[in-house]
Design a protein around this ligand. Structure first.
Ligand SMILES: Nc1nc2c(c(=O)[nH]1)N[C@H]1C(S)=C(S)[C@@H](COP(=O)(O)O)O[C@H]1N2
Ligand SMILES: [Mo]
Length: 314
């Protein structure tokens, strides 16, 4: 294995976050055949030379911000709640049921699910619908690789995802105020799900996923608003009809099924033209940066929507 230093980190700007590259990481453990569940929170050396679409010439968002400024309403609605309130959540052991219109439905343990699939590092730009963004070094694998294992039938047109429901471990699922209906559900068209950019993530910054970020396995779709990236997934179903999605259920006038990042289509209550990169722009530079069509991934995904009215299909 060759040592790997991503080009987005210049030697002159080695930060605490970039030191993760020298730690034992998830990638190496997978390569070494070490069991995921048994591997704990750290593993060997990352090493894949990633294709250029999976790297970015932008500063990584500090680990501290990535893991303490979150949306995960199962743990509360404030940005600090997921880190604060997820200490009781136990992501191991874990199973994911993959069913519906497939030839080989299966309930996978995590090790089993990832067997024969290599983990990769993907540095993605992430854009929340609320107007903030981050750059996150995810560890994961293409969703397509999992779909191949279960052999979708020709009648399958969409993929539906479901988050775990565990009120005993998720304080946002108890009490008087329930901001959303549980389970949190999301969906993609099958061709979106099969796009090489779409990954299931099991880690970030070279470590297994923190609870606040959707341990032990979550979806990452970098050209869509953040809420499409459903966390702590327990079920993935291949279906024929467009599945229900949590934020559309909650407010269909404001949140649609597609939710592609689009600076030209405003949210009914605010502009989507610019974004605040978390960890950037202090007191003296409150600068917001322009939001890019498809969050900067137009070359890879614009073709999925050829001929579609993206204002109507928001
Ligand atoms: N189950 C579940 N998944 C979820 C959410 C949630 O509340 N519950 N929030 C979404 C939103 S709005 C965003 S912006 C991203 C945030 O991911 P991060 O905290 O890892 O940055 O998670 C998404 N996935
Ligand atoms: Mo979000």
């Amino acid at each position: 294995m060759t040592a790997f230093r991503p080009p987005h980190i210049a030697a002159s700007e080695i930060t605490p976050e970039s030191i993760y590259l020298n730690r034992r990481t998830l990638l190496g453990a997978a390569a070494a055949g070490v069991g995921f569940a048994g591997a704990g929170r750290v593993m060997a050396t990352p090493l894949t030379a990633a294709p250029s679409a999976y790297k970015l010439d932008e500063k990584l968002t500090p680990l501290e911000s990535v893991t303490t400024y979150n949306n995960f309403y199962e743990f509360g609605t404030d940005k600090g709640d997921p880190a604060k309130n997820s200490g009781k959540f136990r992501p191991m052991p874990w199973t994911v049921k993959v069913d519906g219109l497939v030839g080989k439905p299966q309930e996978f343990g995590l090790d089993e699910l990832m067997k024969g699939i290599s983990l990769e590092e993907r540095v993605y730009r992430m854009r929340c619908v609320e107007g903030w963004s981050m750059v996150i070094p995810w560890i994961g694998f293409p969703l397509s690789a999992l779909l191949d294992k279960v052999e979708p039938l020709g009648s399958a047109k969409y993929v539906a995802f479901e988050t775990v429901v565990r009120p005993e471990e998720m304080p946002g699922q108890t009490g008087m105020f329930q901001p959303l209906d549980w389970p949190y559900v999301e969906g993609l068209r099958l061709d979106e799900a099969r796009n090489p950019l779409t990954i299931l993530s099991v880690g970030l910054y070279g470590q297994t996923l923190p609870n606040a970020n959707g341990a032990p396995i979550r979806l990452v779709v970098p050209w869509k608003y953040g809420f499409k990236g459903i966390k702590s997934i327990v079920r993935i179903s291949l279906v024929e009809q467009q599945p229900a999605t949590t934020w559309k259920n909650s407010n269909a006038a404001e949140y649609g099924f597609y939710s592609n990042v689009n600076p030209a289509v405003d949210h009914p209550r605010w502009s989507q033209a610019t974004e605040q990169r978390i960890g950037e722009g202090g007191f003296f530079s409150a600068g917001r940066r322009p939001t890019l069509p498809f969050n900067g991934y137009a070359d890879q995904v614009a073709g999925l929507y050829a001929g579609m009215d993206l204002k109507a299909n928001y």
